[in-house]
Design a protein around this ligand. Sequence first.
Ligand SMILES: [Zn+2]
Length: 313
Amino acid sequence: MIPGNTNAPAVTGALDDQLGGGSDSSVSPLDGALWLIRHGFAVFPTDHPGLDRCAGIGHGHDPATCTDRGKHPCVPFTRAHTLDEDQVRRSFGEQLRNVGVAIGGVDGPDGARLLVVDSDRPGAIEDAAAAFGYRHTPTMRVTTAKGHHDYYWTPGSLQLGNGLGALRGKFDGDVRGPRGYVIGPGSVHATGVIYELVDPEQPPVPAPAWLLTALQTPAAPSVPRPAGGAPRQGGVPRGALARLIAFVLDSRQGERNGRLYWAAQKAFQHARAAQMDARAVANALRDAATRVGLSTAEAEHTITSAYNSRNAQ
Ligand SMILES: [Zn+2]
């Protein structure tokens, strides 16, 4: 059983074993959440893969058919996050939930903001640092199913989002800024892997200058070229598509599918008018949507719906 959690729905097999017992600081979502709030990280409940159906909320999200389990927020996390122990004990002790860290809800030293670098494989951020001629700066790290999350402080004066900037194409992963969230230690991935703190004594350190510079360097928008030659005179299709991609990239949790659907309809109209390859447009939209956190399946479903809608014709 989960410590202190007699009402939780039963989980079976390996998952049950992994959730039970132990004295690690991050062995269950409740343990992880308590550790997080005691260290100043605002938390909120998310879906847990041991539940029969996704507990996540969100526009355009069907809990019964969700295929990205264990990650979706149960609350509007940009507002509904907490540092309160009683609330954490209720949220994670009385129900089966993973723990999310609301990045914008964390106040760092001297007004610093939190930034989490999400490596999709072990060593990804180390390789990116090397590609820029630097060594990786060790910091608070949480291992994930595929790689790891590195927690850094960034100056409060910087407006960093979820964009990769110049890291794009040089880094296998994502970054999460103040409008984003990550799944925290003690949580269970859909594969059964537990998110774990590498060293509970290691706090976040300031992000290295090379990383801040790279993140603030605008990336070339991934807009497909018109089929068969140069952009048209006036560049209207290219510019419009770049703006639509940017619109998708600027989406928050809860509005991503709606914004993607709207942008995709417009983008397919432009593609048709400019005789561009619809597949290339769809790929660019899907890349943008997955970058803001939609699963590939969700993004493709929404893009296909938009393509087939009357407004895209
Ligand atoms: Zn879900």
